[in-house]
Design a protein around this ligand. Structure first.
Ligand code: COA
Length: 373
């Protein structure tokens, strides 16, 4: 007889990891022992991905080699290129990414291998290809083309260039790069857990990432940032407080608030709030920032809930010119670094992940032939 389950596996320790750690009471997050407050605005996304996937912050030579590997690995496979237009016509962004990553596995040179070396190479290729997949998907559905990436620039600069079609301001690149750093890894969140469950069957990295993308898509996880923007767009500066109180009184959840682990401010939200304020000022239109601040105050007063990573990310991405339905795909660009690192870690010390369940159905049922049911 199994024990009573913990609903939603809250507080269940499901894996050991050396990748990230959260102190939910103090509101702290660490990547491999580095405080997120020390990395944010200092480490680039490429340095952070190297830290997660390869175990250390790179020195200049290591970063140069990793960046070169990212550039040489970002070319999309033939199967992706042949199908992207039709996928972009029929699928929404996160569905399309799920399909495209699956197709990209077919053209990966290491597709039949899960050795540590093959996993490292695949992790770099997946990290390099994800921004290009999002940009190519967006171009395919809007009938445009994707500007060639600038090999001398990093993932953040090239992504903004390719999605907005304009050369981004250097400060915008720094801010977007910081967003990617903040979203890179987050212990046993739902999509990472999904990736690890898949990897633990000794399935391949692309399969694990497809599971993760399908899991990130939901509005209780990565899909929340898009929902936050939709909420902001549905409100007017004059009706924020009343509308939020009405929603809460009706038992609705306000997207971008609450967290399973943090019992205080999510440390990533601290940085994203600051970035939203800065971009609001430089854009000359602080409407969404002011509305966000008011929402934050009302939700805290009414429910005592703090904003999570998705709340201020919405206005930041909006100010950067990223289309709203690409907010969750942007999350996947960053989290790819963490997911792949978790697959590497899982394969390195594997045991099948197979929990038990509590049976709550009928018992002692008597078999009846079909005509007697
Ligand atoms: N708006 C309003 N109420 C919320 C809320 C929100 N965003 N988040 C949690 N609550 C309330 C719940 O209604 C519940 O209240 P109750 O005890 O009176 O029923 C209580 O807080 C606990 O919430 P619960 O959903 O059980 O917590 P959880 O740990 O299972 O869920 C989240 C965590 C993140 C899924 C949840 O906070 C949520 O749905 N947030 C909105 C979606 C979101 O922003 N997701 C991104 C997460 S980074």
């Amino acid at each position: 007889m199994a024990d009573k389950p913990t609903k939603g596996l809250a507080d269940v320790v499901a894996a050991s990891t050396a990748l990230s750690d959260i102190d939910g009471k103090a509101g702290r997050l660490f990547y491999r022992g580095y405080d997120i407050h020390d990395l944010a605005g200092r480490a680039t996304f490429e340095e952070t991905a190297h830290l997660l996937q390869r175990g250390k912050l790179p020195d200049r030579a290591e970063l140069g080699a990793y960046a070169a590997e990212l550039v040489s690995g970002r070319e999309l496979g033939a199967l992706v290129s042949a199908n992207i237009a039709e996928i972009a016509e029929k699928q929404k962004p996160m569905e399309a990414l799920r399909s495209l990553v699956s197709l990209s596995g077919a053209d990966d040179p290491d597709k039949d291998s899960i050795t540590p070396d093959a996993n490292l190479r695949k992790a770099a290729r997946l990290t390099a290809q994800q921004p290009l997949l999002v940009a190519r998907f967006h171009a395919a559905r809007s009938g445009g083309s994707v500007p060639d990436p600038d090999p001398s620039r990093g993932i953040a600069a090239n992504f903004l260039l390719q999605v907005t079609g304009r050369t981004p301001d250097p400060r915008e690149v720094e801010i977007f790069d910081e967003c990617l750093v903040l979203h890179a890894d987050h212990t046993m969140n739902a999509s990472t857990f999904a990736a690890r469950v898949c990897a633990a069957t000794l399935s391949d990295m692309h399969s694990a990432i497809v599971a993760a993308i399908g899991t990130l898509k939901g509005p209780l996880h990565g899909g929340a940032n898009e929902q936050v923007m939709k909420t902001l767009e549905s409100l007017t500066p004059g009706n924020v407080a009343q509308a939020v109180r009405d929603k809460l009184a009706a038992g609705e959840k306000i997207m971008g608030f609450g967290h399973r682990v943090y019992k205080t401010e999510d440390p990533r939200a601290t940085h994203l709030r600051r970035m939203s304020a800065e971009l609001a000022e430089s854009s000359g239109d602080d409407t969404y920032y002011r509305m966000s601040k008011e929402m934050e105050e009302v939700v805290f007063e009414t429910k005592g809930l703090y904003p999570n990573v998705d709340f201020f990310a919405a206005s930041v991405y909006h100010y950067l010119g990223i289309p709203t339905d690409l907010f969750t795909p942007v999350f996947s660009i960053s989290r790819m670094s963490g997911w792949t690192a978790h697959v590497i870690e899982q394969h390195a010390d594997n045991r099948l992940i197979r929990p038990d369940s509590e049976y709550i159905g009928e018992t002692d049922q008597k078999w009846k032939p079909i005509d007697e049911r």
